[in-house]
Design a protein around this ligand. Structure first.
Ligand code: GLY
Length: 332
């Protein structure tokens, strides 16, 4: 992706280098005066990326971790990508792509940390919210449009470079003082972000899929609402001792209050629904405001019983305001 951005002069990339030996990367980091992110070139199930200032103390620790990645050929490649660390607020834009055109979905913000207050292990995502007008409280229309343009340019570049890409493009961005920067792309929906936006889809999904096949994708319409998704996970997740346990989900009560249940890593057995060691189910509500959607989602979570946990702070006024204040600080 970084190479494609360079070759096609696409905005929103970051300074990066790829290394296959310790000496070169060590020399590079000795001269690099910003914190970095270390990414194994191979796939590591979302657990390979380490950030200086988060998982790693400083660039010296980044060197040690990079050596581990190369020596152990982590993810099947003895190579590591070193990137500048982008500072700001993360957001997601998912888009339908027909190989040439894209139809973007409303932006959403995920919460990767396991525990309230954004602490604990980085997980696949503990919950997410979206706001009216497809924006976020810290994301302006101008920044949203810039991010969409980056995605459009990417899809056009892919079509020139290889087979046109038809499907879902998941863009994970950092809104920085210098505008949106791409952290990563995935060729799939976001989890949990898809649960925020797909219930708001007004254009029939079959029509969207047919337009993707035919290469005639146009605007896709969404209800102008906010949404909040809270993931219910086994207590202690990701290091849980409750895998396999039975839980009770009162789907009727949840639906009666206008929320939705989306099952994830659970199994339905004769005696009911059993947890696995992973995220169990998403509870999603929409509303006129994030606060309204949050209230409904939080209340609906009470109807899931067992040794389970969810982040009560996802979508709350306090946490959303913290994000806005952080973005203001970055811009000043
Ligand atoms: N929400 C993170 C992901 O889908 O990759």
């Amino acid at each position: 992706m970084r190479k494609l951005f360079e070759d096609y002069d696409i905005d929103g990339s970051l300074i990066y280098r790829v290394f296959d030996n310790y000496d070169d990367l060590s020399a590079f980091l000795d001269d690099f005066d910003q914190d970095v992110v270390v990414k194994p070139v191979g796939l590591t199930g979302g657990k390979g990326v380490k950030i200086v200032g988060d998982h790693l103390k400083d660039n010296e620790e980044a060197k040690e971790y990079s050596k581990e990645v190369i020596d152990n050929a982590m993810g099947g490649f003895a190579q590591v990508i070193i990137e500048e660390r982008a500072l700001g607020e993360e957001f997601t834009i998912q888009a339908f792509c027909d190989g040439e055109h894209i139809a973007p979905m409303p932006a959403a913000q995920d919460h990767p940390h396991a525990f309230e207050g954004d602490v604990g292990a980085i997980t696949g995502g503990m919950g997410s919210y979206s706001d009216t007008n497809g924006l976020l409280p810290f994301l302006s229309q101008d920044d949203y449009d810039k991010a969409v343009k980056i995605m459009e340019d990417t899809v056009k570049a892919i079509a020139k470079e290889a087979e046109p890409y038809k499907g879902i493009l998941y863009g994970q961005f950092m809104l920085t003082a210098d505008g949106p920067k791409v952290i990563e792309y995935n060729a799939r929906f976001g989890d949990p972000e898809a649960m925020n936006v797909l219930p708001l889809l007004k254009t029939p999904l079959c029509e969207v899929c047919q337009a993707i096949v035919d290469g005639t994708l146009d605007k896709v319409e969404f209800e102008n609402k906010a949404s909040v998704c809270k993931y219910i996970v086994p207590d202690g997740y990701p290091e849980t001792e409750h895998a396999g346990e039975l839980i009770e989900v009162d789907e009727e009560a949840i639906e009666d209050m206008g929320a939705k249940v989306f099952y994830a890593a659970v199994s339905l057995e004769d005696d009911g629904i059993h947890l696995s060691g992973s995220r169990a189910l998403g509870i999603v509500a929409s509303g006129e405001t994030i606060a309204e959607a949050e209230k409904t989602a939080e209340k609906a979570c009470e109807y899931v019983k067992g040794n389970v946990y969810h982040r009560r702070d996802v979508g709350t006024k306090a946490l959303v305001e913290k994000r806005v204040a952080h973005m203001k600080e970055i811009l000043n």
